[in-house]
Design a protein around this ligand. Structure first.
Ligand SMILES: Nc1ncnc2c1ncn2[C@@H]1O[C@H](COP(=O)(O)OP(=O)(O)OP(=O)(O)O)[C@@H](O)[C@H]1O
Ligand SMILES: [Mg+2]
Length: 901
């Protein structure tokens, strides 16, 4: 716990200091070194003063120096999105293949590849752009603000008000409180018990104490860790402070460190599944051309002239629409969620991860409960009602708030003060000397007060979690007298507290101790040897939608774990009241020595882990992820921030502290917790569409490639000209876009949707082979037709015949392997039906149209179509049969290969 000594030297915020400001109204040019000047020098350099800027000054600076936004977080322009889409690995591979084609002067192939690239990038960046705009409008709803102190004009008294973070300018005075984001780089002018999370900057996961120092600290300057500077990108864990803005926007340390780079985060479920599959495919693609070349050279004695064909085969294997489908499916899902359920998905891949969640950890207070506690009773150590206990609790609440730089009472303090007010307690009969604000690690808050006129005594008043407060008590007050607190008495008090907690009450223990006044500040070490005063019991109503939300989550195959800072008894009771069996309740203390798999195993079977600190919550989430669970975390407080970052998906409810809203991937903008279920369903549906696309594309592409390689070796001519391969590909791509708009299947959202690369590759191999068999059967049919109908020109007829068959089989694969219900169950005509019809029409008509000669095709005779229909019927039956068997084997009723549980 940080010290709370006053800053050495002059208080830069005192009115006297204003005089020292002598007329400086303009920031002096050039970068300032916020850590080395004294506070007054710095204010003068920045043309500010202890009373803050005037509104007019702030406005003028804003116009001149620009808004306070990190460049990489500004809305991205269309052309930049397009360029960003070009960096996709599939696009890169396609571009390389295009270059290879151009190098061997195969201009047709190169042009078609370029068309594929441009179309796919345009579609993708268009989709992202639209989604970005929709989200930006919604993010306004949960945008964060900063508390600044400004003056309406030069003579007026300063006023404290909220402004959007982007309106801050250098020279502004900003107040910080628990849960606030540090909105710009700040030099601290005052601080009280301030600690900040700097994980985004330094990777340090434990909050770092900060204090106001007038002059730089002695000793070598530590540029990375000046104790009197707070950097943008960090956030307040405890305490409060006032700081002078020394840098905004692109000039902050954070912007400099992260220029052009997105925020780093660990590998998420999206990376593991979609990216995992993509990279496996890319390896295949890169292997294909050399293999085709070698096979043709070895078996047919062909040389480099087969290179365009080899390139076309590789392109044929590429699911080049994957980025488009992923973006479209996710963006559509996110936009729909925002519109219908008020859920804001801040990072599109998070929607996919939501669909994959199989464990959801949540905090209790503020998420499952309303965090609107009401004092039920205050009792002395003997369990009888005692107003004195509430009186001391109120003294503590009042002075910890009053002595903070930014007085933000938390819900417990508010409840205590309201009840004390009703009882007629007046905390103002004391003078506040010092305060240690509530710290979730030590789980208590401390105020030091004095009775006016009683100069010889300071009274330390503490309230907090029962175990922690009792651990610091040596005596107990009973019947007006104090006696030593022995182990037996301590045990009895703990048991009594556990009984109260089991009734669902939240408990605060209150203790006090008289001290001889001291000159220096008070620190955590002074809070010992106290006298136990009693308990304040509060009730906190459950969130009305929590019970439904928990029930639906379990129906959807999501295991719920409650990680809370509260008492195990209170937490267990809340769970029970919400219909969630708590089982054996763990406490974080019992898990202290465990890490990694051991920790995961310990929490695997538990539903509640109580007395968690912020770090405990993050540790547990990390361990669960390490054990292979896709883990979400839903929480609303400062003590949830590390876990929100550690999870695959961080989710926070509407009322969360600013820093949680900023750190979360998903914000539930409405009070209704059941929105989380709709969000998970939307995620599963989006993954379903992506899975369907991959299944369909890859199994038919793989089939085609196998057939093409076989035919290439069997036939004396190329089985398909590069231009034909690519035109066919374009047709497939256009048709498959419809998958992103497909209606979700009825049962598709029942289980977590995970695309497992291995299961997936098995699936496409099996279906690819079926497809290749159909192709080879078609070759046989074509050879037979050519033989019996004399005069047909083999290569062009062969090309036409295979083209038709390919497009028709592709259509059948789309109908039979998508996420949707089995074809027979569908009654309405959806986008997929339209796309399949279009595909069939093109497949049948193109080879007989005037365009056919351009593509080196000539119409096959009627006999071919007759035989082809037989092949297709058998193929369709085989496909339907294999799909059924596959589904049964994989998960009974689920989806083959894609959204497997
Ligand atoms: N303002 C406060 N003053 C004193 N003690 C407090 C205060 N707020 C909380 N406590 C004590 O510290 C404990 C832990 O609080 P913390 O904020 O870590 O978790 P929580 O709000 O109880 O639960 P959750 O983690 O589910 O949100 C509380 O159970 C309570 O006993
Ligand atoms: Mg909470």
């Amino acid at each position: 716990m940080p010290e709370i000594t006053a800053a050495p030297g002059a208080d830069p915020l005192s009115p006297d200091a204003d005089a020292a400001r002598a007329g400086a109204a303009e920031p002096v040019g050039g970068p300032v070194e916020p850590a080395t000047l004294t506070a007054l020098q710095l204010m003068r350099r920045l043309g500010s003063g202890p009373r803050g800027l005037t509104e007019a000054q702030a406005e003028e600076r804003l116009a001149r120096f620009g808004e306070n936004t990190v460049p990489s977080w500004r809305p991205v322009s269309w052309p930049r999105r397009f360029l960003g889409a070009l960096r996709d690995p599939f696009t890169t591979v396609l571009l390389c293949l295009g270059l290879v084609s151009a190098a061997v002067a195969s201009w047709g192939t190169a042009c078609v590849i370029m068309t594929l690239v441009v179309v796919s990038c345009a579609l993708r960046s268009g989709g992202e752009h639209q989604a970005g705009r929709a989200m930006a409008a919604l993010q306004e709803l949960v945008a964060t603000t900063a508390t600044v102190q400004r003056r309406p004009d030069g003579d007026a008294a300063p006023q404290v008000r909220e402004v959007p973070v982007d309106q801050l300018v250098v020279g502004d005075l900003v107040r910080l409180g628990p849960g606030d984001l540090v909105p710009a780089d700040l030099r601290l002018l005052r601080a009280a018990g301030l600690t900040v999370h700097q994980a985004a900057l330094t990777g340090e996961s434990v909050p770092v104490p900060k204090q106001a120092l007038d002059a730089p600290p002695d000793g070598p300057p530590d540029a990375s860790e000046p104790p009197h500077v707070c950097f943008q990108g960090s956030s307040v864990a405890t305490g409060s402070g006032t700081g002078l803005v020394v840098a905004t926007g692109a000039d902050t340390r954070f912007a400099a460190a992260y220029r052009g780079r997105a925020r780093r985060r660990g590998e998420t479920a999206f990376d593991r599944s979609v990216h995992g599959i993509a990279w496996t495919l890319i390896r295949f693609m890169l292997l294909t051309p050399p293999l085709v070349l070698m096979a043709n050279a070895a078996l047919r004695g062909r040389g480099l002239e087969t290179l365009p064909f080899a390139v076309a085969v590789a392109v044929g294997l590429t699911p080049e629409m994957l980025p488009v489908i992923v973006t479209t499916a996710l963006a559509r899902g996110a936009a729909l969620l925002a519109r219908t359920s008020g859920v804001i998905v801040k990072r599109l891949p998070a929607l996919h991860d939501l669909g994959a969640i199989d464990v959801l950890c949540l905090d209790k207070t503020g998420t499952l409960t309303q965090d609107r506690p009401v004092v039920v009773r205050s009792t002395g150590p003997d369990g009888t009602s005692d107003p004195e206990v509430l009186h001391w609790a109120a003294v503590n609440s009042f002075w910890t708030i009053e002595l903070a730089e930014l007085p933000v009472p938390d819900a417990l303090d508010e409840a205590v003060l309201a009840a004390a007010d009703e009882q007629g307690t007046d905390p103002l009969e004391y003078d506040g000397i010092a305060a240690l604000p509530f710290d979730p690690v030590v789980r208590m808050s401390t105020a030091v007060v004095r009775l006016p006129g009683r100069h010889g005594v300071h009274t330390v008043v503490v309230k907090g979690a029962v175990e922690d407060v009792l651990a610091r008590c040596g005596r107990v007050r009973a019947d007006g007298a104090e006696t030593a607190l022995d182990d037996a008495a301590r045990e009895r008090l703990l048991r009594w507290a556990a009984e109260e907690a089991a009734g669902g009450l939240r408990l605060l223990a209150v203790a006090r101790g008289d001290r001889r006044p001291r000159l220096g500040g008070y620190a955590d070490g002074d809070v010992r040897g106290l006298t136990f005063v009693g308990f304040v019991a509060l009730s906190d109503a459950l969130a009305p939608s929590a019970e439904d939300a928990l029930r639906v989550l379990s129906e959807r195959g999501v295991a719920v774990k409650v990680l809370t800072g509260d008492h195990p008894g209170t937490a267990a009771r809340a769970c029970r009241d919400l219909g969630l069996a708590p089982g054996e309740v763990l406490t974080a203390g019992r898990l202290a020595g465990l890490t990694g798999p051991a920790l995961a195993e310990a929490v695997e079977g538990a539903t509640v882990v109580a007395r968690c600190t912020a770090q405990d919550k993050a540790r547990i989430v990390t361990a669960l992820r390490g054990a292979g669970h896709t883990t979400g975390f839903l929480g609303d407080g400062v003590n949830d921030l590390p876990a929100l970052h550690a999870a695959d998906v961080g989710i926070c409810p509407r009322g969360a502290v600013p820093v949680a809203r900023e750190g979360a991937d998903v914000v539930l903008a409405e009070k209704d917790l059941t929105a989380i279920d709709r969000a998970i369903t939307a995620g599963r549906n989006a993954s379903g569409s992506i899975g369907a696309y991959l299944r369909i594309t890859l199994s038919s592409n793989l089939g085609n490639v196998i057939a093409m390689l076989a035919a290439g070796l069997l036939l004396p001519f190329l089985p398909m000209l590069p231009a034909q391969v690519l035109v066919q590909n374009l047709c497939f791509d256009a048709a498959q876009l419809s998958l992103a708009f497909d209606q979700p299947a009825v049962g598709a959202a029942r289980r977590p949707a995970v695309l497992r690369p291995r299961v997936f590759l098995r699936f496409i191999t099996a279906f690819g082979l079926i497809n290749a068999t159909a192709d080879l059967a078609t070759f046989a049919v074509l050879a037979f037709t050519a033989k019996v109908t004399a005069g047909t020109d083999s290569p062009t007829m062969f090309h036409a015949g295979w083209f038709t068959e390919n497009l028709l089989t592709q259509g059948m694969v789309m109908l039979l392997l998508r996420t949707g219900r089995r074809a027979a169950e569908r009654r309405t005509v959806g986008p997929v039906h339209l796309a399949v019809t279009a595909l069939a029409v093109v497949g049948l008509l193109l080879p007989v149209s005037p365009l056919a000669p351009v593509l080196a095709m000539s119409a096959p005779p009627p006999l071919y179509y007759l035989l082809l229909s037989v092949v297709l019927t058998v193929y369709g039956a085989a496909l339907a049969f294999a799909r059924m068997r596959y589904a049964r084997r994989e998960n009974g009723a689920g989806e083959p290969g894609g959204s497997v549980a």
